[in-house]
Design a protein around this ligand. Structure first.
Ligand code: ADP
Length: 331
């Protein structure tokens, strides 16, 4: 039995001669169609090698969404998994904001990007896809419950009119922990795309779940993302995170727009010197190695933290994200 995603519906059997690992279709009792086979062999020096084979290509239905072998399949078409929005949504561009782990400021950057772009005249929305750590309602001070009718779910506007949706606006009690498993979370995020009535929205920012795991992948597969912004901090394993984000982006055929380095430095309130609290950063170097740009360096700013805590992120002052905004506008 596989641990996650669609794959848990499938049963696995290992033949007693170790000829192969077989994955059966969803009837679960081993008598379904064999859809994937892993051949396990020993070489002359006794090392075991395993090779995954697609054995039923002739049975391909081209429905990549329900095929557990889609990722390794030569005819896998990422576009085939995309979901449609409803008739009350007309979204210009979708920008996903990703990070390697939680706590580096991904939600802050998503929020600041939306505020910056809204100030520059674009109608913006934020989809809080960080379902297990939702912070968008808090930083914008949006605590109402989302309403719905038979046509769909209404997003909640912030003070300056940014449209938002988050699981916290759907839960009875927003302090309830979200203990759902990956497929349920991914399903909810898909619904944020298909069921929320986003109206005329120029740019929809997606605050992605941290990491490049299963949920992120499903979100990328279901939503037509136009560009990815990677958020790192200097104490992060920047090179690994950027590499993973770049690989995921290549797989999904979506461009990485660049890197935003958060918590880059602290400005001394006495003399204005920039103090690199986490030591020298190698973000620029890593970005160059991947042909990417560092779009912004955001300092650790107690005023920012206070604005987030008070739900007043829209009052922030700072032009750190202007270059990132120009990059999004040029898309
Ligand atoms: P993530 O989305 O990556 O989990 P958040 O954006 O929620 O991270 O940020 C984590 C915490 O750190 C929040 O309380 C936020 O207000 C604070 N924070 C993030 N970046 C900064 C910054 N540059 N200056 C001050 N506080 C920050």
């Amino acid at each position: 039995m596989r641990e996650n995603g669609n794959r848990e519906e499938y049963s696995v059997s290992i033949s007693n001669k170790f000829e192969g690992l077989k994955v059966f279709g969803p009837d679960g009792n081993g008598s379904g169609e064999i859809i994937e086979e892993t051949v396990i062999e020993a070489n002359e020096s006794g090392e075991i090698t395993a090779e995954k084979e697609m054995i039923s290509e002739e049975n391909c239905t081209h429905d990549c969404g329900s095929c557990p072998s889609a990722q390794g399949c030569g005819s896998f078409d990422p576009a085939s998994l995309l979901e449609e929005t409803n008739e009350y949504s007309n979204i210009g561009k979708v920008i996903a904001v990703v990070s390697g782990k939680g706590g580096v400021g991904k939600s802050l950057v998503t929020s600041l990007m939306a505020v910056t772009m809204q100030r520059r005249g674009a109608v913006c929305g934020i989809m809080d896809a960080d379902v297990t750590g939702p912070s968008i309602p808090k930083v914008f001070g949006v605590d109402a419950k989302a309403e719905a009718n038979e046509a769909g779910i209404f997003p909640l506007p912030t003070q300056t009119g940014i449209k938002t949706i988050s699981v916290n606006n759907l839960l009875e009690d927003e302090t309830d922990p979200v203990l759902w498993r990956g497929p349920i979370i991914a399903g909810l995020v898909k619904q944020f795309w298909t069921d929320v009535m986003w109206g005329e929205t120029d740019i929809l920012f997606v605050d992605m779940p941290p990491g490049t795991g299963d949920v992120s992948l499903t979100v990328f597969q279901s939503i037509p993302v136009d560009g990815i912004i990677v958020v790192t901090s200097p104490q992060d394993l920047v090179s690994m995170i950027v590499e993973k984000a770049v690989k995921m982006a290549e797989m999904m055929e979506v461009p990485v727009l660049g890197i935003v380095e958060n918590m880059s430095y602290l400005t001394c309130p006495e003399c204005g010197t920039e103090i690199p609290v986490f030591g020298p950063s190698n973000t620029e170097e890593v970005a160059h190695a991947h042909g990417l740009e560092v779009l912004a360096r955001i300092p650790i700013d107690p005023k920012l933290a206070a604005a987030c805590d008070r739900g007043m992120i829209e009052t922030f002052e700072g032009d750190w994200l202007d270059k990132a905004a120009e990059t999004v506008e040029e898309l």
